[in-house]
Design a protein around this ligand. Structure first.
Ligand SMILES: [Cu+2]
Ligand SMILES: [Zn+2]
Length: 224
């Protein structure tokens, strides 16, 4: 009995140590991220890719099946995209506590971006380098700060000066920014809302790492 207890404790320390080490190094070296963008009906309408480049983060977006015209696109402060209104994405990502708009003397939010133009065929592409954000770590300017971040596309163009959101109208599409290929676990970890969902769900949110939201690390039960 004593031996068994010791084994479980020792294994727990090893498992947690290894997992934490992996996670910390992944966060420090994080250089890429993606976001799958969906509309209010849950249809896939595009993708955003992020990579560390040029002293900031280069963002590339491709979209399809959107209404033709000029649309605002922003980084929003929370990693939640609850359709159809996407209000859970929160306001613009704004770690420096500024006002909205590239042309606002008191601006701009880190999440403010140039407008996205969608052609008559419903398709559009966009590339911009954002100097005020990073991918690594979970500090205030990181896209992986507590709660994560998201990409939101609006019905109208951003006027680049009206606080707090550029008169861009309703939110028509949204995507949670995720780390690399297996991104879901990282923002979910930092996101209290997702943690709640995970706790109330029968499906563990981090099966890829061996973590079980209900029983802790496998083999250890609740005691771990
Ligand atoms: Cu927005
Ligand atoms: Zn803004």
């Amino acid at each position: 009995m004593t031996t068994r207890t010791f084994s479980c404790a020792a294994m727990t320390v090893l498992l947690l140590g290894a997992a934490c080490g992996t996670m910390v190094s992944a966060e420090k070296s994080r250089k890429t991220a993606t976001a799958g963008i969906k509309d209010g009906k849950g249809q896939n309408v595009g993708q955003a890719k992020f990579k560390t480049a040029g002293g900031g983060v280069e963002m590339s977006v491709t979209v399809m099946n959107l209404s033709p015209g000029v649309h605002a696109i922003h980084l929003h402060e929370a990693g939640n995209c609850d359709a159809p209104g996407f209000t859970t994405a929160g306001g613009h990502f704004n770690p420096a506590n500024k006002q909205h708009g590239m042309q606002n003397p008191a601006g701009h939010h880190a999440g403010d971006l140039p407008n996205l133009t969608v052609g008559a065929n419903g398709k559009g592409a966009f590339k911009s380098t954002i100097q005020d954000v990073i991918l690594a770590g979970d500090g205030a300017t990181s896209l992986f700060h507590a709660g994560g971040t998201s990409v939101v596309i609006h019905e109208k163009a951003d006027d680049m000066k009206t606080d707090p959101a550029g008169n861009a109208g309703v939110r028509i599409a949204c995507g949670v920014i995720q780390y690399g290929q297996a991104a879901a676990a990282i923002p979910a970890l930092h996101n209290p809302r997702n943690a709640e969902r995970r706790a109330s769900s029968s499906t563990p949110g981090m099966t890829g790492t061996g973590w079980s939201s209900r029983g802790g690390w496998p083999g250890c039960g609740k005691s771990c």
